[in-house]
Write a protein that binds this ligand. Structure first.
Ligand SMILES: NC(=O)c1ccc[n+]([C@@H]2O[C@H](COP(=O)([O-])OP(=O)(O)OC[C@H]3O[C@@H](n4cnc5c(N)ncnc54)[C@H](O)[C@@H]3O)[C@@H](O)[C@H]2O)c1
Length: 324
């Protein structure tokens, strides 16, 4: 009996394909922690299973135990990587950092306040060796460059950058003020430009992966989102341009375009009515979970996507193709 899948949460058992979704079709309800999503994670899924399914889980669990040794040998997918995640103190950034650490990366967490990143670093860093919390405003070229240089100094290299930080305000076109414009463009586009500039210097030695968090709002229009749509379609454009310019250094640049994920940031700007409307239009029948986005980032950060660059990948439950 062979355990042949390298993917956490998926095991090939005696030719039968056993996935988490067979036990629980909304994975984030189960644990939300990538390191629990390896083969043994089926235990926690039993809580959510109906009796019949629980028996199947139990049977498969016994089979997993019998190959437990192999399970422990599964390689971590980001072993040896040094990642920087901006906007990492909450929401998608925090989940991406947690997922990366769970897969063996050392991670520098960047956000506006030192105490925010330190609190998250303490929580995520079991051995005290995998995390560095740094305060920096990504729209400030000097500050983000310093933070990236400090990461390289601490961990010896930089292989991965996730440009996730964003400051957002939804409002009608007639109400947009200069300050709002400056801040959204400065964080959402400037932050990525300065991040790529600083990180690519360090990546030139061994190559790397840059992941920009865009949005489906960059592809689909919605009221009150003029600046947000402009920033996020800009993210797709600069992703393509950077991939072409940096490809010869072995640096890949990709973007992820999520649809709605109910993070604190989203709850603060979208009404419940709007969130319900988006849900109603999503073919897969649910909103995104932070782990959906973190899993896509994990793939782009890993060598499994070694020949993928210049792409903007929709992680949207099918929303982008739904006419109604
Ligand atoms: N949540 C969603 O539904 C959704 C959908 C599509 C795209 N996105 C994108 O995903 C990313 C994360 O979204 P989220 O919902 O987790 O947001 P969030 O508001 O919950 O978190 C954003 C983080 O960025 C930090 N930040 C803001 N300005 C910063 C700056 N100048 N420098 C450094 N850090 C700064 C904030 O402090 C915060 O920790 C954003 O780029 C967002 O546009 C989110």
């Amino acid at each position: 009996m062979a355990l042949s899948s390298p993917y956490s949460g998926q095991c090939i058992l005696g030719g039968g394909h056993v996935t988490q979704r067979r036990f629980c079709n909304i994975r984030h309800r189960c644990t939300g922690e990538s390191n629990k999503r390896k083969a043994g994670a089926h235990v926690s899924h039993m809580r959510y299973s109906k009796t019949g399914l629980a028996i199947v889980v139990f049977r498969d669990l016994l089979m997993l135990q019998s190959i437990g040794q192999d399970t422990k040998k599964m390689p971590e997918r980001l072993q040896g990587k040094v990642a920087i995640v901006t906007g990492a103190s909450r929401g998608l950034g925090r989940q991406i950092a947690e997922t990366f650490i769970g897969e063996g990366a050392r991670v520098s967490l960047i956000d506006l306040k030192q105490k925010w990143v330190e609190a998250v670093a303490e929580e995520l860093d079991a051995d005290g060796q995998s995390c560095l919390g740094l305060a920096a405003d990504v729209s400030d070229r000097e500050a983000i460059t310093r933070a990236i240089d400090m990461t390289a100094e601490k961990f010896g290299q930089v292989t991965t950058l996730v440009n996730n930080a964003m400051w957002n305000r939804y409002e009608p076109i007639k109400d947009i003020e200069q300050d709002t414009f400056d801040r959204m463009i400065g964080v959402g586009l400037g932050g990525i430009v300065w991040g790529i500039q600083a990180a690519s210097k360090h990546m030139a030695a061994q190559g790397g992966s840059i992941i920009n968090i865009g949005s489906m709002a960059g592809r689909l229009g919605s009221p009150n989102a003029l600046l947000y749509a402009g920033v996020k379609s800009g993210v797709d454009g600069l992703t393509r341009a950077a991939s072409v310019e940096l490809g010869h250094l072995g640096i890949r640049v990709n973007a992820i375009a999520p649809s709605t994920v109910t993070t604190e940031g989203v709850k603060a700007i979208l009404t419940e009515e709007l969130i319900a409307k988006r849900l109603g239009r999503t073919p897969l029948g649910r909103l995104g979970a932070p782990t959906d986005i973190a899993d896509a980032a994990l793939w782009l950060a890993s060598d499994e996507s070694a020949f993928v660059t210049g792409q903007s990948i929709a992680v949207d439950g099918g929303l982008g193709h739904a006419l109604m």
